[in-house]
Every structure is written in structure tokens, then in C-alpha cells.
Design a protein around this ligand. Sequence first.
Ligand code: PMP
Length: 434
Amino acid sequence: MSTNATEFDRARAAMPGGVNSPVRAFGSVGTTPRFFVSASGPRVTDVEGRDYVDLVGSWGPAILGHAHPAVVEAVQDAATRGLGFGASTPGETELAEIVEARIARDCMRPIEKLRLVSTGTEATMTAIRLARGATGRDLIVKFAGHYHGHSDGLLAEAGSGVATLAMPGSAGVPAPIAAQTLVVPYNDLDALREVFAARGDDIAAIIVEAAPANMGIVPPALGFNAAIADLAHENGSLLILDEVLTGFRVGPAGWYGIDPVSFTPDLITFGKVIGGGLPLAALGGSAAIMDLLAPLGPVYQAGTLSGNPLAVAAGLATLHHLDAAAYERIDAASHAIADAAASALAAEGVAHVVQRSGNLFSVQFTDTAPTDYETVKAQDAFRYPPFFRAMLEQGVSLPPSVFEAWFVSAAHDDTAISQIIDALPAAARAAASA
Ligand code: PMP
């Protein structure tokens, strides 16, 4: 019989680390990765037939729950009409219009044009090329601990798997390319001002996670997004707001729609939720900037699978079902789970904070809420692996790294929430005795 252990052995023989994305190897949580064979609503099932309540949600896309019937039906229906044409389809325009309408309704600066790509990495990579094309400048500013995908220029001091593996960046990135990225501590306006004072005329863009979620949750200080938008604009640079993770998750128009201080990004990137679980991402902005893309302008970008009809169908069905009631359910479930995690850890006397950005949250093992990558790294991260394993043993699948957010879906019903809440005290005890 196939087990998680035998599958992992087989996978390691055939693929580097046995995985196609590093965090899936469970290296930092010290247990065998689970190999899943099916999923439905808030649950995933592994090759051994064990069910888990899932708080990974495919790292964000499964916001309606796994295999939501309407999404599956939309994909099946699209598949019967052809898997892809390498030509335009009406669905792509419909998806662009829906995204543009959501942003226009809730945000200061609407998105006038959107381009669909297949991954978040492509969206941010293209946004950066576009910012360079628009400004005629080369330098990019990113923040330590933020993750924007795995393109060469964006891996320095990156969050997510790069943080989990404690890598400073990546081998294979030529030094002249790495030198085009200036890394600044997050939530530190003075450091950013210094960088602009020194190099402002050469900076094409600041790229920022709208509400950082790839070093765990570290909310922007009040007014931070507005201040960096102003600083960028005063210096003739652009602001690229990366909403690949937050977009259409934390609210109908993403973080941009709920940031308590209004600001105006020039380009916004989306991924995850917008594709409903299939490979689809996007970047958008004003017509003046977006029309610099080929075929209208000099900035090249293309994709064989861009706007794939199955992915578009999944995205359209997902956004259609993400109404006010769905966000209310996600918010309520996420608050209940976050509160229960905090209570369980408090009951065991484990130093912790639960940081939240809308319905996204994560547990950090420290007394003082981290505000940047350095303070995130200073937490008692060794408490997470036993906490994670205790949850897994009780049938709850958490993200396999303390540097990741917990993803709650609209399908997390009372039964699923109770199962998570009931598992937390034993996990808190495991964290306490680490
Ligand atoms: N930006 C952010 C904020 C992300 O969270 C991610 C992925 N977690 C990416 C970009 C890259 O997206 P992808 O993995 O689809 O390339």
C-alpha cells in the first residue's frame, strides 16, 4: 500500500527534494510531507486515506473551499469546449472587466487595463519590466522579508520558502542583476528616505506586498503604504502593489480596498484567488502605463497559456461566488480560529502574538509584535515545528512554516472550526515544551 513515506521516497528519487516547490518538502517542520489525493470544502485527504482540515488552501486560491461545485462545473464546461486556443476568448475580457469594476468601486485609482499571465512570478516580473520601460530607470526597491515570486531580481532577502530555508537569496543570480535591487527594512520610512536621497533618480519602482504575508503576517504601519506611494511619486518612481496573495482575499478589492489610509499604486499584481485554483495571475494599472506593453508599446511580454480558458473559467466562477456573505464567513471563521490559537498559547504560557491583516493571520512566537524581517526572525521559531506536528497528528493541516499565513476559506464551517479549536491546546502544550 502507498503511504506518505513511500510516496516521498519515490518522489525524492524522481524529483529534486521530492517536490516541485521547496516548502512542500516539510524540511523545517521535521516530519514526512503528506501526499494528497483529493480535497473537498475545508478538507484534504492524503494517500493513506486520512482527512485533514486544511489551513493552506493551496496557498490561497482555494478561498471558496476545495473543489467548489460551481468552480468545478465551470472548468468542466470550459474543458468540453477546448483546453486552449492560443487566441483570445470573450472570457478573458469578462474577467478583466470584473477585476476593473471591483477596483473602481472601492479604490482611489482604478485599474484601466489588465493583462493576464499564468503565475504571480510572471505578474511581478512583468510589472517591474513595465516600470523600467515607463521610467527609463533600472533600480528597484524591495523590502526584506517580502516575497514576489522567483524571478532573478526579487529573491534578495525574500520571504516565503526563501525565509523558511534561511537563504539570503539564490545562487545563479548574476551579481549585476542582484545589484539592481535595493533591499530596505519594512515599515522603516527613514531607511527608505535615505535610499531615495542617495539613488532616487535611478529608481524605477518600489515593489511592496500590500499587506505582507510571506514572513508570517506583518501589517503595514498606519499610513505606511500612503507614505511610500508619496515618496515614490515625489521622485518620479512608480509604486507596484503586490496583491498576489491579498487580492480578492482580504476583501472584494483586496488590501487596496481596505487600507485605512488611501494611497495610489501605479501597478497592481494579482494571483492565487483570481485563478480560482488554476494557473492564472494578472497585472493592471492606468492605460498610459499598461499600453506600453506589446503590441501597443515597446515593453515585451507574452505567454502561450496566458488567459487559458480553463483558468479564466475557474477565476470567473470564484469571483462570482465571492460576495459580501462569503467575505463575512471567511472573516468570522478566521477571527474564531485566530482567537482560539491565542487563547491556547496563552493558557500554556507560551510567548506569542497573533498578527492579522484582514482575514489573514499567523502565529508568531514572541512577546512583541514583529514589524519587519529582523524582528520576525528573532522569534522563538523552534516552537513552531512541534506545534505544527501536533496539529497534523490531530487532523489539521497548517502551513509547514512559521513564515507563512494561515488561509481560511468560506467553506470552513462550524465542524471544521471546532476541529481546529479542539486541536489547539495539545499543540500549544507541544510548543510550550519545545
Ligand atoms: N507575490 C506574492 C505576494 C506571493 O505571495 C507570491 C506567491 N506566494 C508570489 C508573488 C508568486 O506567485 P507564484 O507562486 O504564483 O509565482
